[in-house]
Design a protein around this ligand. Sequence first.
Ligand code: GAR
Length: 189
Amino acid sequence: MKKIAIFASGHGSNARKICEYFSFSPHIQVVLIGTNKPDAGVLIHARDFNIPAITFGKKNMLEKNFIEENLLPYEIDLIVLAGFLLLIPPSWIQHYPQRIINIHPALLPKFGGKGLFGSHVHNAVKASGDAETGITIHYVNAHYDDGEHILQVKCPVFPNDTPEQIASRVLKLEHFYFPRTIEKILLAE
Ligand code: GAR
């Protein structure tokens, strides 16, 4: 059984889709949900799916024994960032090389980097006048939205779209492609 941990800071709609997708999988199991927000919606999903959850802050992530005490016991094969807004420290990347992936709601390298998350991304896409946007799933390195790309999928932006309409079109792509990409990565091993 391959084991994944999902980290999220917000509603956790992607986390929920991933939990649903793998809930009856004989090959892949969500073993841990992590968040930096004690009131994050993702904690409700953890409860619904009976998955252990941890809450931690920026400082905890830098503690010497954090990984040993909180992550290693779960024997995690892949850490999935699904709207997780803290920067991943280099020590985590050393521990989990090519084992941490992120989803971004735009076609990186456009509309990525510090401060560009969630609705800020879709507002920026709207303001740019671009005729397309999409999703990027990528490996995580020590910089925001910077690691090697695994998958990009495009969708149109229509002239009269509001940022909310763009967001909803992009989120549908995320919900479909994120679980399937995780599956592909883990089953290819
Ligand atoms: C998703 O759209 C994800 O791509 C984005 O946060 C949203 C979380 O939604 N992540 C980033 O912007 C990272 N830079 P969710 O909580 O409903 O899954």
